[in-house]
Design a binder for this molecule. Structure first.
Ligand SMILES: C[S@@+](CC[C@H](N)C(=O)[O-])C[C@H]1O[C@@H](n2cnc3c(N)ncnc32)[C@H](O)[C@@H]1O
Length: 232
């Protein structure tokens, strides 16, 4: 059950009204979760990998918390934006490669709105191979809405979205925002929250998967064998 495709004319009119408010008070559902990630970084902070780094905003927040930060993106235009952002930076490097091609080891792997772009089980297995003992996977993801519960979370998110927009971006935008950058590659999620949770717990025993407001879930997993968690 997807809130975007409900046929009822009243719901659709309500959706158009909410979209108009959102356009005037825009904010990023992805960037909103940076704090969630930064509060969950592991004890050892040598190397961090941000998968599907896009324009590199999270790289900038991981910088200063790790000795080395690597951003990768499968899209050449997005990788180019991040490369330019961190040109000459001794800590952050960016590569135009797919996650499937990454080797080496990391203390943290982050993924925001990326996991649903890849075959789920293979991506999670690859993650567990790349993490050091005690290393942490932190995912902010999207799932395909399917059940009444999923619909209820999406409805609550849609109704709260303009309120958060008014707080984060109180001055209304009069022209559509264009940062001049390339369009961000996006796709709809295939797996539902229930499917995602089952695969995650199967591949990564002990993984914590939670529904979140604003059309996202979070997945947190620590590879066994390390010294626990440090917060900011
Ligand atoms: C919706 S964007 C999110 C970007 C960024 N994480 C953010 O929070 O704004 C998804 C990104 O993942 C990248 N991506 C998709 N599949 C990938 C893969 N297999 N390996 C690396 N990057 C991938 C896309 O090119 C895109 O830049």
């Amino acid at each position: 059950m997807d809130i975007r495709t409900v046929p009822n004319p009243l719901v659709r009119a309500g959706g158009r009204w909410l979209r108009r408010i959102n356009d005037r008070h825009p904010w990023s559902h992805n960037d909103h979760f940076h704090g969630w990630i930064l509060r969950r970084l592991p004890v050892r902070r040598r190397r961090a990998l941000d998968v599907g780094c896009g324009a590199g905003l999270l790289l900038g927040r991981l910088r200063g918390r790790f000795d080395e930060v690597l951003g990768i993106d499968a899209d050449s235009a997005m990788a180019a934006v991040s490369t330019e952002r961190f040109a000459g930076d001794p800590v952050v490097s960016v590569r135009h490669i797919r996650f499937e091609e990454v080797d080496g080891t990391f203390d943290t792997i982050t993924m925001i709105a990326v996991l649903h772009h890849m075959p789920l089980e293979a991506a999670l297995r690859h993650t567990s191979e790349l993490l050091e003992p005690g290393g942490r996977l932190l995912v902010v993801g999207l799932a395909r809405p399917d059940t009444v519960t999923d619909f209820s979370w999406d409805l609550a998110s849609a109704l709260l979205n303009p309120l958060v927009g008014m707080v984060k971006h109180p001055r209304p935008v009069t022209k559509p925002v264009d940062d001049g950058g390339p369009p961000m590659p996006v796709r709809d999620a295939v797996e539902t929250f229930a499917e995602l949770s089952r695969v995650a717990r199967d591949v990564l025993p002990g993984a914590r998967v939670r529904r979140r407001l604003f059309f996202r879930y979070t997945l947190e997993w620590t590879r066994p064998g390390g010294r626990g968690r440090r917060t900011e």
